[in-house]
Design a protein. Structure first.
Length: 332
């Protein structure tokens, strides 16, 4: 089940209220891993055990896949033979068999990096992701490399939702194709999913971003989370961001940690943009003291990120996460 909101109504309601006040991020804590992450555990095995009355939601995620359809070549100096959409598809299928309450999301920059994009302009990437079974995807700066019209044309090959809460697409071909958020219902749990994109300044050629407005990510995140928690009655809120991960930010840098430190109510952020190879998720403290899990899994589809969240009575009670090396996935 999917539910969206009209972008015009959302932007009108969310833009009103003034800019967010920036302040330093909270300290980050290392995310504790589950004992189920031993080397002997199946790659598809749930990371947490659930008791009667509990629901386990699995979020699988990628970011910055950059048109890497095939595995990296065996002579690659850093990641020989890793990745590939076939392995990803095989693993996703196995995980969904173990836990049907699974979502697959992406943090943007699906395009640019191999001849697949140069020749096919995004068709191969989005068709592949549709076949793998992606549910919701946000947009990165490189997804605009051929301009708004070309991105809209490529989106016609996608069988999943696009979300962005801080890009205003009104008056562009993308207006009806990108939602500010969607709601999915898994195992009786209402899951709200939204996206945040980075500023185009010095990253996207103005002509390629023509007609699109970038809005403050912290301010817009506050608005969409409030809407998801309130009007949409979501028990779990997930953000897909293409902002970057900056544990020690320079002045003015707003990444996942900074958003989490200023916005209450986000349970999990699947990040992107900085190609950060995190070995495990981290936890950032929200203003109210709650926890936001943050995870980013590098680039090129080399790894798949997994976070399991256990809910009881509509509240997250426990989380566990891991990084999966797709080279370990057998296609047989």
């Amino acid at each position: 089940m999917t539910k969206g909101i009209d972008r015009r109504r959302f932007l009108k309601a969310s833009i009103v209220g003034g800019a967010a006040v920036a302040f330093p991020p909270s300290a980050l804590e290392l995310f504790s891993t589950s004992p189920a992450l031993s080397a002997m555990a199946s790659l598809a095995e749930p990371l947490l055990k659930v008791a009667p009355g509990e629901t386990l939601i699995t979020i699988l995620h990628t970011n910055d896949t950059h048109s890497q359809i095939d595995p990296l070549p065996d002579n690659d100096k850093q990641y020989p033979g890793k990745g590939g959409v076939a392995r990803r598809a095989t693993l996703v299928k196995r995980i969904r068999k173990e836990n049907p309450n699974t979502l697959l999301v992406d943090g943007g920059d699906v395009f640019q990096g191999t001849p697949y994009y140069n020749f096919y302009k995004g068709e191969v990437e989005y068709k592949s992701m549709s076949m793998i079974g992606y549910d919701v995807v946000t947009l990165g700066n490189h997804d605009f490399d051929n301009g708004v019209d070309a991105l809209a044309a490529a989106m016609k090959f996608a069988n999943f939702d696009f979300v962005s809460s801080n890009y205003d697409f009104r008056g562009t071909p993308l207006e009806s194709m990108v939602k500010p958020y969607v709601v999915r219902v898994l195992g009786g749990v209402r899951v709200g999913l939204f996206g945040l994109g980075i500023s185009p300044n010095n990253l996207i050629t103005p002509d390629n971003f023509k007609g699109v407005k970038h809005l403050d990510p912290v301010h817009m995140a506050r608005g969409v989370v409030k809407l998801l928690r309130g009007q949409e009655r979501c028990q779990l809120v997930v953000g897909m961001t293409h902002l970057g991960y900056y544990p020690n930010p320079k002045e003015g840098e707003i990444g996942d940690s900074q958003v989490a430190a200023q916005v209450d109510g986000i349970d999990f952020i699947a990040g992107g943009h900085t190609h950060t190879f995190m070995t495990k998720p981290v936890v950032a403290k929200q203003p109210s003291g709650g926890n936001t899990v943050i995870f980013q899994v590098g680039k090129s589809g080399i790894y798949l990120g997994r976070v399991d969240l256990k809910l009881r009575d509509g509240k997250v009670t426990e989380s566990a996460g891991r990084l999966i090396d797709l080279r370990d996935v057998s296609l047989t």
